[in-house]
Design a protein around this ligand. Structure first.
Ligand SMILES: Nc1ncnc2c1ncn2[C@@H]1O[C@H](COP(=O)(O)OP(=O)(O)OP(=O)(O)O)[C@@H](O)[C@H]1O
Ligand SMILES: [Mg+2]
Length: 244
């Protein structure tokens, strides 16, 4: 039997409790090892889609992780496999110290002692925050909080990494260092971003979402080279950026 897709989303529709319909039937398949960018204007439904990938939200349609339906009985296993770095780091950080926050996930999955310490140290090193382990996440800057939020997920070593706007708020050097970390991971990755050069650098494939549906899915370079497509969906390359 062939390997199931890392992520399968089939005709996913979702309306928030206030009645606002955010997704109108999103279909998307990600193969193991693929790195896919999710692009789209504000309010397109990107975060809503992400929140379905580990069962924070449940809509109509099918969502599967490595062949496993994202549903109540499977949530523990799904959450072990899929690590989501949320758009707002404050949704991810709630412990008294950075170290406790980063240890929380792997401890929950059963890691203890030296193994746990090593995992925490590595994750903090990866995001350049090892020197801040004893500080309160509440006292960090926005960019530092974002890096710690990423470390909390890296520490869990998930098969599938889902990142919602990972480069937002990062200084250029941290943004570049994060790209190096992500490229070194060799994981399946779904990355929501407004940073089109970042999408191009990190993800060979891109999916464009607007109005709660997928409007384009193909090589990132092809999507970014299509000026009419970008304009129709409020996407803009940075001033002076050239695709070569
Ligand atoms: N809790 C909520 N209740 C009601 N409507 C919501 C809620 N969260 C989001 N929405 C609406 O759902 C739609 C999709 O929102 P979503 O956050 O998925 O967009 P997005 O593509 O992630 O945008 P952004 O680029 O700004 O992060 C928007 O119209 C938004 O107003
Ligand atoms: Mg969003």
């Amino acid at each position: 039997m062939s390997e199931p897709p890392a992520l399968l989303v089939d005709r996913l529709a979702y309306a928030y409790p206030d009645g606002h319909q955010a997704l109108y039937g999103v279909s998307l398949t990600v193969r193991p090892g693929e790195r896919v960018a999710v692009l789209g204007p504000n309010g397109a439904g990107k975060t809503t889609l992400v929140l379905h990938l580990n069962g924070v939200l449940t809509g109509q349609g099918r969502v599967e992780v490595a062949g496993l339906p994202v549903a109540k009985p499977n949530l523990k296993e799904v959450r072990r496999r899929v690590g989501i770095v949320f758009q707002d780091p404050d949704d991810q950080l709630f412990m008294p110290t950075v170290r406790d926050d980063v240890a929380f996930g792997p401890a929950n999955f059963g890691l203890r002692g030296d193994e746990l310490d090593a995992r925490v140290k590595r994750a903090l090193d990866d995001v350049g925050m090892a020197g801040h382990a004893d500080r309160s996440p509440m006292h960090l800057s926005g960019g530092q909080r974002r890096r710690v939020a990423l470390a909390t997920v890296l520490a869990c070593d998930p098969d599938i990494l889902v990142l919602d706007e990972p480069s937002a708020n990062l200084e250029p050097r941290a943004r570049r260092e994060l790209a190096e970390v992500l490229l070194g991971l060799d994981r399946t990755m779904l990355m929501v971003t407004h940073d089109l050069p970042y999408a191009l650098q990190l993800c060979p494939r891109a999916v464009l979402i607007d109005g709660g549906v997928v409007v384009a899915d193909g090589p990132t370079r092809d999507l970014l080279a299509d000026a009419d497509l970008l304009a129709a969906h409020r996407l803009e390359l940075p001033f002076g950026f050239r695709l070569d």
